[in-house]
Design a protein around this ligand. Structure first.
Ligand code: IPM
Ligand code: MN
Length: 359
């Protein structure tokens, strides 16, 4: 019998519970097909945790995650909590979770499904062959630097500080080099070294360790230029490594190359195999509760979990193959459907994928 893998499931807010329910079907199907065993436990996180427990990241949720082999997260946030004070925002819970679990490496793959090329706003010939990964530093930089306000003669002043030390840059760069070694061996390190001191340290550090990965071709690219090149020549990128906020922005941009952010999965990893897996998209309050959200990003996040946290390559491939088959057969949720009147529901998409999985 396979060992039991413990998965903490945090459905969260908005469409989170709807897409997570489809991912749970995939977990069950994987047990039947491959004999792997999963023990899932749900916990409150995000806005719903604020409503029910008075905090976005209750202590019992954090403990459940710490004791698990992996975390599956839906999405957090919504207009209901947007005007809350900082400590009572769902996003604060997400940032706290990343920090508390030491998840410094955020892996966001973006690749084009051939049959969805027409769903992108870019020309198909520009997109041809696009298959890249954004490796985003997740527990440092301006997100976590000191923040405060002070009074000045010109009114209040707000300060956010961007801080990086060598250790933080080195560990994320190493992750990116290793990922590049397993792919097309091209790494683009993105910074703003012409302006920011933290970027100059970033670049120096990446250059210092680069000789340890001689098979990887390294280029440095300024973030503004990278934003432009992603639209001009997306297929020339393989692995992109960058600091927290640049990665936040560039990964949304990369997501839209693929046509719908509803397709993209992500993994947040620390030093070991433990990780948190979640769709790149948010809680989409505008369509929540209607059963029309695209569950593919969350289902593909399960595939990433199998591959990166558990080493279940066979089950990961089974999911990815099933998703491709279902899309190739023409099934679409509203976000990727050309003819919206023929769009299928969240659960219909989940069922099709589950039924298409095979050993
Ligand atoms: C993301 C999100 C978060 C981030 C928000 C919700 C805090 O945009 O995961 O990309 O900025 O990291
Ligand atoms: Mn983001």
């Amino acid at each position: 019998m396979a060992e039991v893998k413990k998965i903490a499931v945090l459905p969260g807010d908005g469409i989170g519970p709807e897409v997570v329910a489809e991912a749970e079907k995939v977990l069950k199907r994987t047990e039947e097909l491959f004999g792997y065993r999963f023990e899932t436990e749900r916990a409150l996180f995000g806005g719903i945790a604020i409503d029910e427990k008075g905090t976005p990241m209750p202590e019992e949720t954090l403990q459940l995650c710490k004791n698990a082999d992996a975390v599956l997260l839906g999405a957090v946030g919504g207009p209901k909590w947007d005007n809350n004070p900082h400590a009572l925002r769902p996003e604060t819970g997400l940032l706290g979770m990343r920090k508390a679990l030491g998840l410094f490496a955020n892996i966001r793959p973006a690749y084009i499904f051939d049959c969805l090329k027409e769903a992108s706003t870019l020309k198909p010939e520009v997109l041809e062959g696009t298959d890249l990964i954004v490796v985003r530093e997740l527990t440092g930089g301006i997100y976590f630097g000191e923040k405060y306000r002070r009074d000045t003669e010109n009114g209040q002043e707000a300060v956010d500080t961007c801080v990086y030390n060598v250790m933080e840059v080195e560990r994320i760069a190493r992750q990116a080099f290793v990922i590049a070694q397993k792919r097309s061996k091209k790494l683009a390190s993105v910074d703003k070294a012409n302006v920011l001191e933290s970027s100059r340290l970033w670049r120096e550090t990446v250059n210092r360790i680069a000789p340890e990965y001689p098979d990887v071709e390294l280029e440095h690219i300024l973030v503004d230029n990278c934003a432009m090149q992603l639209l001009r020549r997306p297929s020339s990128f393989d692995v992109i490594v960058t600091e927290n906020m640049f990665g936040d922005i560039l990964s949304d941009e990369a997501a839209m190359l693929t046509g719908s952010i509803g397709m993209l999965s992500s993994a947040s990893l620390g030093e070991g195999s433990f990780g948190l897996f979640e769709p790149v998209h948010g809680s989409a309050p505008d369509i929540a509760g209607q059963g029309i959200a695209n569950p593919i990003a969350t289902i593909l996040s399960v595939a990433l979990m199998f591959r990166l946290a558990f080493g279940y390559e066979d089950a990961a491939t089974s999911i990815e193959t099933a998703v491709k088959a279902v899309l190739d057969a023409g099934h679409r949720t509203g976000d990727i459907a050309k003819d919206k009147s023929r769009a299928i529901s969240t659960s219909a998409m989940g069922d099709l994928i589950v039924n298409a999985m095979s050993k």
